[in-house]
Structures are given as C-alpha cells and as structure tokens.
Write a protein of this length. Structure first.
Length: 253
C-alpha cells in the first residue's frame, strides 16, 4: 500500500506543467548567455527566470539512492520525418514538425525536437558520458514538457541515422535548413528503455522548473569518429551538475 501511495504521489508531482514551450527551440535574441558563466544565469533579465531555483537540472544520479519501482512504460510512437536542422548558437538541433509522439502515464506528448550536449549533462554515479541527446516532448493539452535524456558513448559502429546529417551541419547560425533525408528518432535510442525519473528543469535559461525528466539507464553506443564530429562543433555546451536536494529519483525495474 505504501509503495502505491508513493508512486501515485510521484506521478502527480512529476507532471507539473512548464511555462516555456521547449528546451533550446529558439535562441534568446535579447539576452546573451553562454556556458562559460552558468553561475550567473540566475541574474539574467529574463521573464520568469528560475535558474536559481531548487529543482534544477542536470543532476548526478546515484544508483544506490533511487527508489526502485515498476514505472510507466514509454509508449514511443516515433516515425521517420524530414530533417530540419538548426545551429542555434548553443547546440545542433533537429526540429520535428508534426510526426512522432510519446504516450506516458496516460498522457500524450508530441516530439518537438532533439538536440545534443557534449559532454553529457547528467552523470550516473559521478560519471559523465561524451555526449547526451535530449528529446523534448510537449503535452498538447496542458503544455507541460517531458524530456528523455540519452547518454552517448563511443567505441561502437557508426550510427546510420546520425550519419544521415552529420556531414550537413548548418554553416549559418540561427537559420533552419531542410535536408532531403529523413531520420527516425528510434535509431537514436538504446535497446533497453529502462530509466531513471525525476522532476527538474530546462538546462538552459530561463531554466523553467517542473519538467518530467526521463534518463535512460543504458547508453547509446556510436562510433568514436561521430562523437568527434559533434565535439568539433560543440564540446562545452553542458550545464554543471546541480544539487538533488529533497527530490526523489525513481528507477524502473
């Protein structure tokens, strides 16, 4: 009975809505920020700036300090879509215009975009990965956000979906380009969909709080050469680890 009450409370808390449409969809044109001085983000003159809040992302996930439980499955309804790519000055981002969605805990979320960080923003047991992909989803009913984080490591074979656009990074910032190729986000996920779950924030200003974060436990393995391609473009676009505080981290079993 106690575990059921705990899980119900967690699900209610984890679905708190967020005021910003999505992480890194558009650059902030009026207020400059960078990854060299993240400690100053809380002082930026942005509407509803929450970067100094107490439920921020990223965090270090201690696997020995999680609540193990049967959590909702990830109902991934991903399909191939045309590659719309933008370099927004902070990351390389792929925008999705209407295809691919996620059903989680009886809620529907549309995949808005995914983008990359190097190295990873989350750490697991104090260890980072060379990269992390964030899949940003938006609930069509209440506008709340759910982000799936996938840590990426090298030493594997070249990922065919990454290969489809890695040679086509934009040469002009803040201008979306449409490629003739398509991409299926399923190809950017590891085989296991077991995950950690907690409530956090955007990892870029204004760091809006209340996001439902899902961090997959298994890493995606791609070729070391592909990681080097991303690192050549952005090799320091990650926010430092922030305190977990009183938050509970759940782990699916």
């Amino acid at each position: 009975m106690t575990s059921k009450i705990l899980l119900a409370s967690f699900l209610l808390f984890a679905l708190v809505s967020c005021n910003k449409d999505s992480e890194e969809i558009e650059p902030d044109s009026e207020v400059h920020w960078d990854y060299e001085s993240p400690a100053t983000w809380g002082t930026l003159a942005l509407p509803n700036n929450q970067c100094a809040g107490l439920i921020q992302t990223p965090i270090n996930i201690e696997s020995t300090n999680t609540i193990k439980s049967v959590l909702p499955e990830l109902g991934l309804n991903y399909a191939s879509f045309p590659i719309n790519i933008i370099d927004n000055g902070h990351t390389i981002q792929i925008n999705n215009k209407g295809t691919s969605s996620l059903k989680y805990n009886k809620q529907e979320y549309a995949l808005a975009q995914f983008h990359f960080h190097s190295h990873s923003e989350h750490t697991i047991d104090g260890k980072s990965a060379p990269m992390e992909i964030h899949f940003v989803h938006k609930n069509s009913t209440d506008g709340s956000l759910l982000v799936i984080g996938v840590l990426v490591e090298g030493g594997g074979v070249a990922n065919s979906s990454i290969a489809s656009y890695i040679e086509s990074f934009p040469t002009v910032m803040e201008k979306e380009s449409s490629l003739s190729k398509t991409i299926n986000p399923l190809d950017l996920l590891p085989a296991s969909k077991k995950y950690f779950n907690y409530t956090g924030s955007l990892t870029t200003p204004p760091c809006s709080q209340g996001l439902n974060w899902i961090v997959l436990k298994e890493k995606l393995k791609i070729s070391t050469e592909q990681i080097s391609k991303f690192e050549a473009k952005y090799n320091h676009n990650y926010r430092p680890i922030l305190p977990v505080g009183s938050r509970t981290i759940f782990e699916s079993i």
